[in-house]
Design a protein around this ligand. Structure first.
Ligand SMILES: Nc1ncnc2c1ncn2[C@@H]1O[C@H](COP(=O)(O)OP(=O)(O)O)[C@@H](O)[C@H]1O
Ligand SMILES: [Mg+2]
Length: 282
């Protein structure tokens, strides 16, 4: 069932992105366009999944999306919210380090900071007063079920609590964008649920909030995302596989009537199957 929605301004524009290390081309002509999704009567952020087998360049793409990796050619554009909108459109800018929160595959928390201290540090550039910062942090700690753990150090947290703290740190220190590289790997079912919940909390907080994540769990991607990209090695004219990652296919789950549904239907399973077949070929 297609849930009604509208698409507004472009919020992410990746154009012919190429990344090379020396003479090895890792990513070739990657294109992505995402727009702000509006649902009537509901705050609806964007949840975008990037799938691909190991070595296809997911982590490299994510470093480029966060401005940590300079493209060898092509570009990553996001709206420039510091500029005044013209004709209802926000001018675009090249993404820069700090614009996008990044929870790395091997995410690290400050070992010598408690949860509260880490979040306080994350808000250092927020421009909020001391009292506002305290309020904001306490609000999130409560909402995210971390209040009891606020004075604990990372070593004493469960995997899910640590992951949520890492996500919150990035949320508080950056703008609307959040990139998470395999945020579910190594977590047990309970912790997976709690990270899923944090995705909901982020996307229901602001229309512009945009989560981009990678995972090897195709079912989970189809369940959570409203847009899925498959990164893989494309076959060349002679049917040989080139070892540079590119986008093989995009699934718009909103359009397919698979986004924001309560249950996992037959159509969701079909989508999973189709994705598996594409990935196995590339
Ligand atoms: N800093 C680097 N220098 C050289 N090659 C790299 C570097 N980082 C990644 N690669 C190579 O780029 C390819 C894609 O890696 P990566 O982006 O980590 O893929 P994925 O996250 O999909 O597993 C791999 O072949 C990897 O060996
Ligand atoms: Mg990776």
């Amino acid at each position: 069932m297609v849930i009604p929605y509208e698409q507004k301004d472009t919020i992410l524009h990746v154009e012919n992105l190429c990344v090379s290390y020396g003479d090895r081309i890792i990513l070739q002509n990657v294109n992505m366009v995402e727009r702000d999704t509006i649902r009537e009567g509901k705050t609806q952020g964007q949840v975008i999944a990037v799938l691909g087998r190991s070595g296809r360049g997911k982590s490299t793409l994510f470093r480029a999306l966060t401005g940590l990796e300079k493209p060898s050619s092509g570009k990553v554009l996001i709206p420039d919210f510091n500029k005044v909108a013209a004709n209802g459109k926000q001018p675009a800018k090249l993404v820069q380090e700090g614009d996008v929160g990044f929870v790395n595959q091997k995410y690290t928390l400050f070992r010598h900071k408690t949860v509260y201290e880490a979040l306080w540090f994350a808000m250092r550039k927020s421009g909020f007063s001391k009292a506002e910062k305290e309020d904001e942090i306490m609000h999130y700690l409560k909402e995210w079920g971390l209040e009891k753990h606020k004075d604990q150090y990372p070593n004493f947290l469960s995997g899910g609590q640590r992951q949520r703290t890492a996500i919150l740190e990035q949320l508080l220190s950056s703008g609307y964008y959040m990139v998470l590289d395999e945020p579910f790997s190594g977590l047990d079912i309970g912790n997976i649920m709690s990270v899923k919940k944090s995705f909901d909390l982020i996307s229901q907080r602001h229309d512009l909030n945009t989560i981009i994540f990678s995972t090897h769990d195709i079912e989970l991607a189809v369940e959570l995302a409203d847009s899925i990209y498959i990164l893989g090695y494309p076959p060349d004219d002679k049917g040989q596989v080139l070892a540079s990652g590119t986008m093989l296919k995009h699934f718009d789950l909103k359009e397919l009537g698979l986004a924001w549904q309560d249950g996992f239907t037959e159509s969701h399973h079909d989508c999973v199957q189709e994705i598996k077949e594409i990935m196995l070929r590339a």
